[in-house]
Design a protein around this ligand. Structure first.
Ligand code: BES
Ligand code: ZN
Ligand code: ZN
Length: 459
């Protein structure tokens, strides 16, 4: 990975981090010349930098007044905010603990991301020189997040269900995983809900499966919602709601990034990845409001809204996942707008059974600054998913608790005893912030990785 290196060609420029409480003390130890330059550079203002050069005008140090307060609780963003202001060159953070250095390196990588598929980058990015152990820890995380971002950013024309399958196949080849694909002709029988949602598109639906690892290890199944475009179907979305819907395969992008990380790190799990990949399109053979689907589990689903398609394709995928008797199912999905109303756009809502799994995940996310927040699988709302003519309805009758009723719908296929974590996520930055460029984003991916790591080999 280019943004991080363990070997600088020439001595790297030192990045000297100072928190607000440290600035005055540090300045007191400096020469009168540097103190005067610090005044000119307005170093006492949080977020500002001071560049120091040697007698030949060569940059040697950048003194950084980190604005950690501004970015609380994500102080890594303070490190990321520095990157855009650095001249090209190779840098090295000084005086940081191993934990802080990891965050700073991660921030550096996240800040240097660019989506260059359709427009070449004009910027020369700086690089960060890090220790071998830091490089080994952070590089796979950055590669996973870059993959996730790239996939979400790629428009549907270039990333339909088949192209998503091709990406999974490439990943399988790289990691030695086995790869299986159900084409749309195979879906009609075995996966009627995936077929029904995907059949209207000129880009046929498919189900993607990867398997990896030792069958003796704990069985983990990752499921990602792979709606390559969500027009809403016949219950068509307004233009404003449809604009970013190439990102509706964000769940799939997350599980592919996460699976890549799990496999490159060699976690002791028996891993299965399942991605139902469809385009929720409109045509003469589109599934309709009022249709009743008979799912793989035999349970009938009344379609009250064709725009609640994610839970429909996940239903048969979950049923299939359960046929392997997994020890844990984790699904990621850009499932509801309601989850965004509940917790906003910047972190996922998490549902879990048992509930403890969600709290553990949240606590880990807090430590590594990849936040998520639990919502309840409140059983008292199950009646909102009731249908008069089928076993369940795909969209709730009421206007409230839409993220919960969607999760309850999934739970009715997962069952009440299967350990399960469900992330309802945005997968998209509405505007650029340090280390979080506008566009596709991994949310909760690092937290899930940390969780799975301890889950697979508890201390
Ligand atoms: N993909 C959307 C949900 C979504 C929208 C996620 C915006 C993130 C940002 C999903 O398929 C959808 O349209 N859900 C509907 C469900 C409703 C019809 C019951 C929603 O949330 O409005
Ligand atoms: Zn939808
Ligand atoms: Zn959707």
């Amino acid at each position: 990975m280019q943004v991080l290196t363990t070997q600088a060609k020439s001595p790297p420029v030192r990045l000297i981090p100072l928190t607000t409480t440290e600035v005055d003390g540090w300045l007191a130890t400096q020469s009168a010349k540097i103190q005067a330059w610090a005044v000119t550079s307005q170093l006492t203002t949080p977020g500002n930098l001071m560049l120091l050069a040697d007698d030949f005008g060569k940059l040697t140090d950048v003194v950084v007044h980190l604005d950690k307060d501004k970015y609380q609780p994500l102080s890594w963003m303070a490190y990321a905010s520095v990157v855009a202001n650095l001249p090209p060159g190779c840098y090295q953070w000084m005086n940081l603990s191993a934990h802080e250095l990891s965050l700073a390196a991660l921030a550096f990588g996240l800040a240097c991301y660019q989506f260059t598929r359709y427009k070449a980058s004009k910027k020369t990015w700086p690089t960060l020189c890090v220790s071998e152990s830091c490089y080994q820890e952070i590089t796979p995380q950055l590669q996973a997040i870059y993959l996730t971002r790239d996939l979400i950013n790629t428009p549907t024309e270039d990333l339909g269900p088949q192209e998503l399958a091709d990406v999974a196949q490439t990943l399988a080849t790289e990691t030695g995983a086995s790869y299986k694909l159900w084409h749309h002709s195979d879906l009609q029988e075995g996966f009627p809900t995936i077929y029904a949602v995907g059949r209207a598109s000129a880009k046929p639906p498919c189900l993607i499966e990867l398997n990896w690892g030792d069958a003796q290890h704990p069985k983990l199944t990752l499921i990602g919602k792979g709606v390559c475009f969500d027009s809403g179907g016949l219950d068509i979305k307004p233009a404003s709601g449809m604009l970013t819907m190439k990102k509706d395969m964000g769940g799939a992008a997350h599980v592919l990034g996460l699976a890549k990380l799990i496999m490159t790190e060699g976690l002791p799990v028996s891993l299965q990845v399942l991605i139902p990949a469809v385009e929720n399109a409109i045509s003469g053979n589109a599934y309709r409001p009022g249709d009743v689907l008979r799912s793989r589990a035999g349970k009938t689903i009344e379609i009250n809204n064709t725009d609640a398609e994610g839970r429909v394709i996940l239903a048969d995928t979950i049923t299939y996942a359960k046929e392997r008797n997994p020890d844990l199912i984790v699904d990621c999905a850009t499932l509801t707008g309601a989850a965004r109303v509940a917790v906003g756009t910047e972190f996922p809502a998490v549902f879990a059974q048992p509930m403890r799994l969600g709290f553990d995940l949240m606590e880990l996310g807090e430590v590594i600054q990849d936040p998520l927040w639990p919502l309840p699988l409140y059983q008292g709302y199950r009646d909102l998913n009731q249908s008069n003519i089928a076993d369940i309805s795909n969209s709730s009758n009421g206007a409230y608790a839409g993220a919960i009723t969607a999760a309850l719908f999934l739970q009715s296929f997962v069952g009440q005893t299967q350990p399960w974590i469900h992330l309802d996520l945005m997968a998209w930055n509405l505007k650029s912030k340090p280390g979080k460029p506008e566009g596709g984003e991994a949310m909760g991916l690092r937290a899930l990785f940390a969780f799975i790591k301890t889950w697979a080999s508890p201390q």
